[in-house]
Structures are given as C-alpha cells and as structure tokens.
Write a protein that binds this ligand. Structure first.
Ligand code: PEP
Length: 249
C-alpha cells in the first residue's frame, strides 16, 4: 500500500497575512501521520510557511527551482536555497512552467536532478493537452516526459521523488479527468517506469492533479492507481484543502 500525498500548489497567490491565517488553521491538527500533506506556497513565503507549520506534520516545498546550484542567473532560486528556507520538496515541470516559460523535457529533467542534488524530493509533473488527447498522442507524450527524467537521473533518482499526472485540459478548468481516465494514465506511467525497474513502477507514488475539489476527491482517490492529488485552486482555502486531505485518509 503506497502512502498517499496531498499537495497544495498555491501558484502565484498569497500574502503574509494569508499565510499566517492558513498556518494558524493547520496548527494543532496532526496531519502527517497517515499521509504526506505538502504545501507549495510562492517561494517568497516559504520560510514563513515552514515556521508557521512547525510540528503539524505538514511539509512544504517550492513550485520551481533553477537547474544550476549557483551562478549568474538573475531571478533564479537554487535547490540549496529552498532547502535552507526549510523546503523539503520541489515541483518540477508544472504545465504552467512548461507553457509560460518554455521548459523542455530536458530542462525539467535537469531541474529534477538539481532538486535531488540539494536533498529535496522532486515531484515530476506530466500531462497532455486536449489536442494531444483527441489525436491519440497523449500516451506517447506523457511516456516521453517520464522517460526523459529516467534517462537523466536514473531509476534510483526517480525513486526519490514522485510523479503527478496533470492533464492540461483539467488544470484550473473545473473539468476533472474521470477516475478511469486518470487510472489509465497512471498505469501507463507505471508501465513506462517498469521498462527500467518493475519494482519501482509499483512503489512510486503517482498523484493526480486537475480541478480536484472536495466534491470529487473521494471518488478520484478511491482508484487504487491514484496515490493522492496535486491541488491548485482548491488548496487556497484551508477548509477545502483540509476536506481534500480528509478524503484521502
Ligand atoms: C495545479 O495547479 O497543479 C492544479 C492541478 O490546479 P487546479 O487544481 O486548480 O486544477
């Protein structure tokens, strides 16, 4: 039985006041005992968030990182800097990074490796567009996204992280993949990994993201292939985030 992950991705939302309120609501709740509860606030608030959730069982991470350890990279934030702020995880290859910043599979793989080098646990985000799904290319597209990371960091590297399947057509749209659709792609991801390491294919956590809400979370998480969720919009309000956490327990 794989341990579930529920991860909140705040994207570019928040303020010091909002972080303080969110952390206050989390304090006292021992959330990390049965599953990994993670929050990815904007990196500007990561230190504040980490301080605010100390001893709650909630862990935090960054939504992105630079592939280099240091150097002349204006605006960049390295894995070591994230770790120094108390981050333990990092998202890599979120579709908004891929589309807004032109991140290629190779760059995403380099970021995954950089997170590992800094001692962070990376979550590799993968997923297809609606056009790719409609033209029957979704499987090969997602398989290549996964395979590029395996080639860059090896199966031992991949094993230190997790995968999030996030169909782009479901992110922020209110349209969720049917549980069977999500399960089918999670199985494809495991088959891709199994070509390199059959045991890892079964043990790695593959979570689903794309308009998960308190209303659909339980049905999605009841799929044995779905090891939890990466939650965007519904993670911004602490009560809906906690309702999704409850659906995974
Ligand atoms: C996300 O940001 O990764 C995401 C899945 O967003 P939403 O839950 O809002 O679709």
């Amino acid at each position: 039985m794989r341990r579930s992950i529920i991860a909140g991705n705040w994207k570019m939302h928040g303020s010091r006041e909002a972080v303080a309120g969110f952390c206050k609501a989390l304090r006292g709740a021992r959330l990390g005992a049965e599953l990994d509860v993670l929050v990815f606030p904007p990196v500007a608030y990561l230190g504040q968030f980490v301080d605010g959730v100390r001893n709650t069982g909630v862990a935090a991470g960054a939504q992105d990182l630079h592939p280099a350890a240091q150097g002349a990279h204006t605006g960049g934030v390295s894995g070591a800097m994230i770790a120094e702020l108390g981050g333990r995880w990092a998202l890599t290859g979120h579709s908004e990074r891929r589309s807004e910043h032109g991140e290629s599979d190779a760059l995403v793989a380099a970021k995954f490796g950089a997170a590992l080098s800094a001692g962070l646990r990376p979550i590799l985000c993968v997923g297809e567009t609606l056009a790719q799904r409609q033209s029957g290319e979704a499987e090969s597209f997602v398989a290549r996204q996964v395979q590029t990371v395996i080639e860059a960091v090896g199966v031992d590297g991949l094993a230190r992280g997790a995968v999030a399947y996030e169909p782009i057509w479901a992110i922020g749209t209110g349209e969720t993949a049917a549980p069977g659709q999500a399960a089918g792609m999670h199985r494809l991801i495991r088959e891709t990994i199994a070509a390199s390491d059959a045991a890892l294919a079964e043990s790695i956590r593959v979570i689903y993201g794309g308009s998960v809400s308190p209303h659909n979370a339980a049905e999605l998480f009841s799929e044995p292939e779905v090891d939890g969720g990466l939650i965007g919009g519904a993670s911004l309000q602490v009560q809906s985030f906690l309702a999704i956490v409850a659906a995974a327990v």
